[in-house]
Design a protein around this ligand. Structure first.
Ligand code: GTQ
Ligand code: FE2
Length: 338
């Protein structure tokens, strides 16, 4: 093959730590986004035995978190579930305490079988009843405790890959000896429990929601009352009550009810989605793949993949977490119905 006319120049440039754009613009400005991953599917029946083993084999006193992170192999061994996001299940035995800490990454937990567990967030006791969402916004102190008589498990998601891509992770360990951390009540969470009412004199400066716990009872009531949206599913967005915007500047959460006999229209979004099956069962097509799921299975919709969902044998509820607000703040968001 003939050596290209600019080969000597390119070599000299590279030696001088300069890259010629003309030689690599297809790589640095691709025609369209191409997620490295395809749909990831993790079945609860495959995860649960590992949760049991981790609970038995790993003492919570010896570790930071007993979390099993769902890692998609397309990320080359990196701990990533889908672009910018990790999803996990955390397991606690009765009496277990997961040590307090805080970090710049944003996280949420959604209670699957967590009755008896409590997450303390910045001095507020947040119960984890079935279907409750608990936020741990950037740099808020948080620890978990199982005060019940049974093993507890919940679903976690966090934007750790995004924060690391931005080289913006700070982490501050708390103390295992700090007993006062656990001795709190609901505290200021009470200020935000009454929808449509706002108490004066409680300034909240942070960009994230002042409300940390979103009870499952309220979510299910609103899903019952809501009408299907443009894609055919009922969708309830968890919002910051002060702004009506996302719960945190870089994580967005939704509860979705797939109505029996009403498959959703295909939709693609320029954000990553992790979906947890909360109740019922269904079938989804994500990109080229079609798969079925049932309660507490997790699947991903990589960015810019066409996705459609349908409930099987009655309505089905999904909990969905996305990095949408991060994309929106960069003016990168696209959202299309097919
Ligand atoms: O519960 O604090 O799955 O910091 C990953 C990182 C859970 C947590 C995870 C975390 C946590
Ligand atoms: Fe954490």
């Amino acid at each position: 093959m003939a050596r290209r006319a600019d080969a000597d120049l390119i070599e000299a440039l590279e030696t001088a730590r300069i890259h010629p754009l003309w030689d690599r613009y297809r790589r640095i400005t691709p025609i369209r986004p191409d997620a490295p991953d395809d749909a990831g599917v993790w079945r609860w029946r495959d995860i649960e035995p590992f949760a049991t083993r981790a609970a038995r084999e790993v003492a919570v006193e010896d570790i930071e978190r007993r979390a099993l992170i769902l890692a998609h192999p397309a990320f080359g061994g990196e701990t990533v579930t889908t672009g910018n996001l990790i999803a996990a299940f955390t397991v606690l035995e009765p009496g277990d305490r997961a040590v307090p800490h805080r970090h710049t990454a944003s996280a949420i937990r959604f209670a699957t079988r967590a009755e008896g567990a409590v997450t303390i967030v910045n001095g507020r006791r947040c119960a984890m009843l079935e279907g409750d969402l608990v936020l741990t916004p950037p740099m808020c102190w948080h620890g978990h405790i199982n005060e019940g008589d049974d093993r507890t498990v919940w679903f976690d998601a966090a934007n750790i890959p995004l924060v690391n891509a931005l080289h913006a992770n700070f982490f501050e360990p708390g103390s295992r000896a700090d007993n006062a951390f656990w001795e709190v009540d609901e505290g200021d969470e009470r200020l935000w429990q009454e929808a449509g009412l706002e108490a004066e004199g409680h300034a909240h400066e942070a960009a994230h929601s002042p409300k940390f716990r979103y009870p499952g009872t309220a979510t299910r009531r609103l899903l019952d009352a809501a009408s299907p949206g443009a894609d055919g599913a009922k969708t309830v967005r968890y919002v910051n009550p002060l702004t009506g915007g996302p719960v945190m500047p870089s994580l967005d959460c939704y509860a979705r009810r797939l109505v029996a006999g009403k498959p959703t229209r295909p939709r693609r979004m320029l954000c990553s989605q992790v979906c947890l099956a909360v109740s019922g069962a269904g079938r989804s097509t994500v990109g080229e793949e079609t798969f079925e799921w049932s309660r507490h299975d997790v699947f991903t919709v990589p960015q810019w993949s066409w996705a459609r969902h349908e409930a099987l044998g009655g309505d089905a509820d999904l909990f969905v977490v996305t990095d949408r607000p991060a994309r929106e703040s960069l003016d990168l968001m696209r959202d299309e119905l097919g």
